[in-house]
Structures are given as C-alpha cells and as structure tokens.
Design a protein around this ligand. Structure first.
Ligand code: 0WK
Ligand code: BGC
Ligand code: BGC
Length: 960
C-alpha cells in the first residue's frame, strides 16, 4: 500500500507531473534536451514521408506540439472533476442525463464484506481483461480460516466470438467453465457461481442484470437489452455438463472493492483500469432516487467510461483521440474510457508514432504496415517501452524499445527509442491524470454524501494498467492529492483481480437466495391456485345446502326472520346497538322520506368485560344506552330498538336469538345458550327508570345488507370482514328446512366463520394457522375466520416472522422479546405495510417501532409475508362470496345474476388490496354473476334500525 505525504508536492509542479519517477526532469523540460543530436536524416524510401525531413529544431517542435496535446492542466482536471461530479449527482437524482454522461448504476450490493462469508464458489470473469475470460475456484473461509489461494484459468476469446452472436459467446463461456471444472479434483455438486461481467448493466437484483451496451472490443449481437445472467444460465444448461447455480452478477469494479484484503479495508471504492476503466463506490442509499431506500448504503457502478461532456473534454481530446474513436467499434461512445483504458493506450501511442513518422520526425520518416495497422501496439508494449525509461541499465531499456519497434518493422533512429518512450509516457500520464480527476469526483461525492469535511477512504485498485505501469498509480495518487486535498486516500491493490470479491458477493447472494427459498417454502401454502379456490367454493356450497337442510355442516345457515330488504317506506326514530365489531356503538336512527339520519356514539367494551360475566357485559351495554339517551335528550323515551349482535345466534324470531357460542375474543359467561334479547331486557330491567322496546336482533351481516339494501334494492348479500368474518344472503324460503313456508325469501346468516371446523379446510391450513388457533380462546373453532379476519391475520404474520427468524432468514436470526409477544403485530400493520404509497423505508419504520433490528431485505420479506397472508384471506373470502352468489343464481334458475353485496369491516375497508382481490376472485369463480360490492357507510346499526322499522311497519299493518 502506497501513501503519499502531503508536503511532497507544490502546486506549480502539478502541471509538470509526468510519468518520470525517480526525479527525472518533466518531459516538457526533456524536450528541450532532445536537441539536434537526436534526429537522423533519411530520403525517398517506400512508406517514408515524401516531404523533406524537418530540421532537428522543427522536429522537436513537432514532437513538442504533439505531446503538448496530451498535457492536461490542473484547471482542466478540476473542470473535469467538477463536471463529472455534477453529472454523477444528476444521475443519482434520477434526472434524465445526456446520453453521454455517467450512468450511476445501482449494483444491489448493500454492504462491504462482513468476512463471515464461507464456502466454495466458482467465479466467471468476462470482460475485465479484454479478449480473455477467467474462471476461478474461490474458497472463502469466513472470519476464522486463513486465506485460500483461488485456483484459476484464463481462456483467450477468439475475435469472432467477441464480435459474433451472443449465444456463441455464452456457449464459449460455458465451455470454458466445464473445461476448468473438469480439471478440478473437487466435488462439483451444487456449484455456486458468481458472474463478473464488466460492462454497463441495469441491475434489478443481485442475479438480474440487463446489458445496456457493449464496450471494450465486444460487440456480440442479441445481448444488449437482455438479462446476461439468463443468457449464461441458458448456455450452462445447453452445455449440460454441470448443474451450476448463477447467484450473482457483479461488475469488476465491485469485485475489486469487495475483494479488498480484510483488515486493511473495508475498501469503499473499487477502481479498475484494465482494457476499460470504471469505478464503483458505496453511496448512501437515500441519495439514489431509483431505489426507495432511506437507510444503509448501496454500491454504485459509476460507468465513468461514457463521460464525455464536450465542454470540458473537448479541449482535452486530441486529434489522435478523434482518430481512434472514429476507427473504434463504438464511435462517439466511451470517449473518456478511450483516453484511459488499456485497450486504447497502445492505439493512441501507435497513432502518435505513425503521425510523427509520417511527419518525418521518427523512424527516419518511414512507417511500416504494422505501424499503420490498428491494434498493433498493445498495452503490454506500451508498458514495456515506458517501463524501460529508467531501468537499472538505460541502454538495456533503449535496446528493448529498439527491439520492440523493429518487431513492428520500423527502422529505429538513435533517439527514436527515447522519443517513443516519451510518447508512451505522455499518453499514460494523461490517462493517469484523467483517471485521477474522475476518482477525485467520486471522492468529492463521498464527502458530500457523508457530509464529511475530511474523508479517510480506502480505494481498491485492479487491472493490468495498475499491475503493468507502476508509475500510473503514483501519478494518479499525486493528482488525486492535488484535486481532493481533504481526502486521505489509501490505495489497496486487489490481490486476485477481484475474484475473491466476486465470490464474497456470490456468498451474500447465495445466502439471500437461500433465505428467499426458505421464505418461498413457508409462503407457498398461502399461494392458493384456481383449483384450490374452486374446491373451497364447492365445499362451501355443499356445506350451505347441508346447513339449510339442518344436516351436519360447519355452516349453521341460521334463519334471521328477515324476509325482505327495505322498500323505502320505513319511517320513524329508532335506537340501535352495534356490538361485536371493533367498537360498540349506540345509534339514534331517524328514517324519514328524505332519507336516514344517524347520530351515534362509540363506547368501549374492555376485554375483562367481554371476557367477564354476561350480566356485567349487558349491564355495560345498558349503561352506554342510558348515557347515550341522556346525551341525546332521549331519556325516558322508549324507542323501538334494533340490536346488531354480531355472534352466531339461532333466532326463533326477529327478537329472539339464542347465542350459540361466542367468537372474536368474547367469552362472557352465562350467555351461550341464552336468548340475548332476554339478557338485554333483564339488564334493562335491572336498571331503574329505563324503558326500551327491543324489537329486533340482527347479525351485523344482516344489518349491513339491510343498510346497503336501503340504497340499492339489488343488495341481497351482507359481508363482514373485520374483527371477524361472516356473510348472509336472501335464500329461497323453500330451501330453509328450519322455517316453514315455500314461497318468499328468508335472510340466512351463514356464520361462515365456522366453515371448516369439520376439517374440510385442513388441506389448506398451515402450521401457522394451527399456532394461531391453539393460542386462541376458542381452539378448533372459527377455522375460516381465523384464516381471513382482522383478529387473526396479524398473528399469522407474527408466527411466520418467528419461524423465518428462527431459520436465520429474518432479523439476522435474532428472536426479539417483542416479536414473541401475542398480538404485537396488529392486522392494521398489514394494511399499512402493503399500501402502495408506503416506501420500504416506512415499512421499516413500522417494524422498528416493534423493536425489530432489520435490514432492507428484511423489510422486503416482511412485506411479502403480509402480502401472502392477506392475499390468501381475500381469495378465501372471494371463494365464499362466489359460492353464495352462485347459489342465488341457481336458486333463481338464472343464466346471469346481477346482485349487490353490502360490505363492512375494518380489514375490508382499510386494507389497500383486499377488496380488489375479493372482487377478482368472485369474477374468476362466478363468472355468470355480475357482483357489485357496496361499502356500507353507516355500519349495520342503520340496518338494525331498518329491520326494526320493517318489523314495526309489518306489526302496524298486522294491527289494523
Ligand atoms: C361495522 C358494523 C358492525 C360490524 C363491524 C365489523 O357496523 O356491525 O360488526 O363493522 O367490522 P370490525 O369493526 O370488526 O372491523
Ligand atoms: C465497462 C465497465 C467496467 C470497466 C472496467 C468498462 O468498459 O463499461 O462496466 O467496469 O470497463 O472493466
Ligand atoms: C361472528 C358473526 C359475525 C362476524 C363478523 C363472527 O365471529 O360469529 O356472527 O357476523 O364475526 O362480525
């Protein structure tokens, strides 16, 4: 690791900065020293410049003029730094940026390595080192183990494969993979692969990445715009040699950053200068507009190769850069990369040498076919030629350059070698300084995003330009120091080109994939398909028929003695009670020709009263009525009262209802088996001076149906999805064995909450449902309700979260006391967490209030758990409604049925997707019924009052 002391550099020195370590005077000064002795005279040979050779002083001018073009001033570097920073921040804000700016691509790598990663991984590297791909076997030993040297093999990619059909390239990669694995003595089951793919890609996950555009000499067809992981998976499948799971696709800069030696890092910037160039860094997630994250960091691949703000780069681009770009595979693109990347440096040197040769300054004014052919001077050549600038034996150095130039068919004059070396130095120095300007922009961005004045940061470096041109790094460091003086930067060379880093990311991806698999395994039973829902519909239909016939059925199909929905002629003032939902309400309902006016008050029924004695409960109810009457100035008035009592009652008449069993957390004693109207009247009797005329007892489903039926006479079904769930509907009296008469209709309270208590739902019940049921005050009862309604969904979710935590999938496996607390995860959290407008960060806020230590992946998984539980609930509810409306349609022998369903209940009303899913399931299972769902505005209290009004009207008519 190389650290440069601050006082080492004075500003005016920066511009002179050039690749001449060891105190050589700067090139420009050198130029003066070239002088006349350096240049030979030669006339008229083929490929030689026809124009007379320039005199020595002219040629040095020409060389100076040439190399001067590669000089980038500090001001220009600062401008590039500023412009690049501007374009980075614009892209982060998701503001459309000009095509040629930096891309700032999220990589879904959210943290630098914990060092806990373990296992054997295969790494396939494509694109980092140009015309070769590398396969590695990396063993990660976690925190304990020592570092195992990866095994690797490099394969040269034939040019026709780099430019041919994409399938050919990926088949070639899959072939290399098998060849490498064939040679390995390891056990090759369940291979986990990390794919280092060094090109600009839109990632949508650790293992989903779409190629934006090829760079660096690659130009395969049918790949841009496609998911490269899928292309690789398909190729491995076609190869059929090994079953390999591709867990992650990683940009080489990310592999480099993640491969940073533990103990010296963590590196938070990855910088690659190989055939191409790019950098990545850890950005605050909240600054990345495309990600709805407000916590933690995410690694961003800058893709600075495409930076080309003509304003600042224009003056720096030389004629050689333009020539190189024109001849390149992607003219106009990657302009910044073409001044820094190893694939281009050799070419730039070649173009300069050819130019100088044609101007008679070099090689006696003679070129050679090799010098004139593109790509004849490679990065390694430049490295060798530049490296020899200060070897232990300068002569040896010059001789080496000589030899290299001769290999290019050039006749090398005395000073040509040194001149060529200066050309190499100029091209490389500029590359290093431009790279420094870009890195300085990244460092400034890090300072901004972390609001830090002084930034101490470790930068992992990778790529053959670093490996082959040691002075590249020193120029880079010095320039970074000048451009980002407030950053204390340590450069950490990556040990194996990032292979370990890719394996680290793959390990994280494999862990996340394993978590995802466990999540899917636990949620799969909640994902009901069409056949399962149709089976529920059919079973419910069968249970309805049996219940109506009075045969054994989990559906009691209780007659309610409501024979008609309101016809709008009802009139008068009525008291109504609404017990059984979230709130207990007392209502005054005034029914006039102009409509219904409701005044109501909500009262609480404390748990100890709901689970105390029946007398206590009904006395509490009467207390509330008296309080309400006083407040409404109704004291002493005996208004007809309708009692919405939302529990299973066998009604013997409109005002007689025997409570069959409590549900929804109620268990007041001495009530089951009792006529609750009597219990109410007794409580009224216990209270002096109170007179109430209890006319009707209705179930909340009936009250809801009536309430909506007042507005829409087609409303013949009532549905509650709240604390509990249930439905009622208008059945043909002839089908109701318990009630005499064959004509007309009777509203049936299905009490579908108990559906499945006979085991008919056991195939669908999960272990989580069983946990919730066992912990409830009525185990074995209300099976359907416990899979659907608000009192239980939160608990089902909590049990799933406990299981996933115990599996280490969530909350890093830490079981918290809070999460083990019953009812701590309210069903309303599902509605909040699943609301589209809620970003993941708000999901996290809800969960953090529960004291759950979570990562963003956790929040995403909790969201999926909530979605699976509520979706199943809505679909089961939809299957129930489909059974009811189909029954009505067939009752009436109709081809098509148009019917409305009155609905109430907090879950149905507040959950963002529940109602839509119910309607979609009904459409799917009862396509011949056009069903309109009417959300009841006034609750079932109004319905109870209307039932009372109808009863009073009928009683009135009976009396006259
Ligand atoms: C409001 C109705 C009431 C019913 C309740 C159900 O007026 O009769 O019991 O909806 O919804 P919950 O309050 O249980 O969510
Ligand atoms: C690619 C980058 C890559 C860089 C270094 C560029 O051409 O666009 O994705 O990181 O080369 O290999
Ligand atoms: C009760 C029903 C009621 C439903 C909705 C169930 O627990 O048994 O009578 O309609 O909850 O409140």
């Amino acid at each position: 690791m190389r650290h440069i002391e601050r006082e080492e550099l004075k500003p005016e020195e920066s511009d002179q900065l050039l690749l001449l370590p060891g105190g050589h005077p700067p090139l420009w000064n050198h130029m003066d020293s070239i002088g006349p002795v350096g240049l030979q005279q030669r006339e008229g040979a083929p490929g030689c410049s026809q124009e007379g050779l320039p005199c020595p002083s002219d040629s040095s001018e020409l060389v100076l003029e040439c190399l001067q073009q590669f000089k980038v001033t500090e001001t220009q570097l600062q401008q590039i730094q500023a412009s690049l920073l501007g374009s980075m921040e614009q892209a982060l804000r998701g503001q459309a940026t000009p095509a040629s700016a930096v891309r700032m691509l999220p990589t879904y790598v959210g943290s630098t390595p914990h060092g806990t990663e373990q296992g054997d991984f295969v790494v396939l590297e494509l694109g980092a080192t140009g015309a070769s791909l590398r396969v590695l076997w990396v063993t990660l030993m976690g925190t304990e183990g020592h570092r195992m040297e990866p095994q690797s093999q490099e394969f040269v990619i034939p040019p026709e494969v780099m430019l041919g059909p994409g399938q050919q390239l990926f088949d070639f990669a899959a072939h290399c993979l098998s060849e490498f694995l064939d040679a390995l003595p390891m056990d090759k089951q369940g291979l986990q692969l990390g794919f280092s793919f060094s090109f600009p890609c839109h990632q949508t996950g650790l293992d989903r990445s779409t190629l934006i555009s090829w760079t660096k000499g690659f130009r395969c067809s049918g790949v841009e715009g496609h998911d490269v992981v899928q292309l690789l998976r398909d190729a491995i499948e076609r190869q059929g040699a090994y079953s390999i799971d591709v867990f992650a696709v990683v940009n080489d800069t990310v592999g480099t950053m993640m491969g940073c030696e533990p103990g010296v890092g963590p590196c938070e910037v990855g910088l690659v200068v190989d055939t191409g160039t790019n950098a990545c860094y850890m950005e605050e997630a909240r600054h990345v507009a495309v990600l709805d994250e407000d916590r933690g960091r995410v690694c961003i691949s800058v893709e600075w190769g495409s930076f080309s703000d003509d304003g600042v780069l224009g003056p720096v681009l030389t004629t050689f850069d333009h020539a190189l770009d024109r001849e390149s595979l992607n003219p106009g693109a990657q302009r910044f990369e073409k001044m820094i990347g190893g694939l281009y440096l050799g070419e730039l040197v070649r173009l300069v040498l050819a130019h100088l040769a044609q101007r008679g300054v070099l090689f006696g004014g003679c070129t050679s076919p090799a010098l004139l052919s593109r790509g004849s001077i490679l990065l390694d050549h430049v490295a060798e030629m530049e490296d020899t600038l200060c070897p232990s034996s300068p002569l040896a150095g010059a001789a080496r350059v000589h030899a290299l130039l001769q290999d290019l068919g050039l006749s090398v004059g005395a000073s040509d070698a040194e001149l060529v070396q200066y050309v190499c130095a100029a091209v490389l120095t500029r590359a290093a300084r431009l790279c420094a300007a870009a890195l300085a922009a990244v460092l400034s961005r890090l300072q901004h995003s972390r609001e830090q004045q002084m930034l101490q940061i470790a930068v992992a470096t990778g790529g053959r330009v670093f490996e082959r041109h040691p002075s590249f790094l020193s120029v880079l460091q010095k320039t970074v120091m000048l451009l980002a003086p407030q950053c204390d930067v340590s450069f950490i060379p990556s040990v194996d080109g990032g292979g370990r880093g890719v394996a680290m990311v793959t390990a994280v991806a494999a862990r996340l994939a394993a978590h995802r698999r466990l999540l899917e395994e636990n949620l799969a039973p909640f994902r009901l398909n069409h056949n399962q829902l149709a089976a529920v519909q059919a079973q419910m239909r069968e249970a309805m028929v049996k219940g109506l016939r009075g045969e054994a059925s989990s559906l009691r199909m209780l007659p309610t003695y409501v024979r008609a929905t309101p016809d709008g002629t009802e009139r008068g003032d009525f008291l109504a009670l609404d017990l059984g939902g979230t709130n207990f309400r007392v209502l005054l309902v005034r029914v006039t020709a102009g409509g219904v006016k409701i005044t109501s008050q909500v009262y609480s029924i404390p748990e100890d009263v709901a689970q105390g004695s029946g007398q206590q409960l009904f006395d509490r109810i009467v207390d509330c009525i008296v309080d309400f009457q006083q407040k409404q100035g109704l004291s002493g008035q005996s208004l007809p009262l309708g009692f919405t009592f939302s529990f299973p009652c066998r009604q013997l008449g409109l005002d007689q209802g025997i409570l069959l069993n409590w549900t929804k957390g109620f268990s007041a004693s001495d009530c089951e088996g009792q006529d609750v109207v009597c219990l109410l009247r007794e409580a009224i009797g216990r209270r002096q001076a109170v007179e109430l005329n209890v006319v009707a007892i209705v179930n909340d489903t009936v009250g809801t149906m009536m309430s909506c039926g007042y507005e829409d006479p087609r409303c013949e079904v009532g549905l509650i999805v709240g604390t509990g769930t249930n439905a009622c509907y208008m059945e043909e009296l002839r089908n109701v064995a318990a009630v005499a008469g064959d004509s007309g209709h009777m509203c049936i309270n299905m009490e579908w909450g108990a559906f499945g208590d006979d085991g008919s739902l056991d195939l669908l019940r999960t272990c989580f449902d069983a946990n919730v049921d066992q912990a409830s005050i009525n185990p074995g009862k209300q099976s359907f309700e416990k899979m659907i309604s608000g009192m239980y969904l939160g608990e089902i979710v909590r049990h799933i979260l406990l299981r996933l935590t115990s599996l280490g999938v969530l909350f890093r496996g830490q079981q918290t006391q809070r999460l083990q607390t019953r009812d701590i995860f309210k069903t309303k959290f599902l509605s909040e967490i699943e609301s589209d407008s809620l970003a993941l960060r708000q999901v996290r806020a809800i969960l953090e209030d529960l004291g759950l230590p979570l990562t963003s992946d956790d929040a995403l998984m909790v969201l999926e758990v909530c979605q699976a539980v509520s979706q199943r609930a809505a679909q089961l509810c939809g299957a129930g409604v489909a059974a009811v409306v189909e029954k009505i349609r067939e009752n009436r022998g109709l081809e098509e049925l148009t019917v409305s369903v009155g609905v109430d209940g907090t879950l149905y009303k507040l959950h963002p997707h529940f109602s839509g899913l119910v309607a979609a399931t009904v459409r799917e299972l009862a396509p011949r019924c056009a069903v309109t769902f009417l959300q009841s505005e006034d609750g079932s209290g109004k319905g109870a009052a209307l039932v009372t009004a109808v009863a009073c009207r009928l009683a009135q008519m009976a009396r006259v």
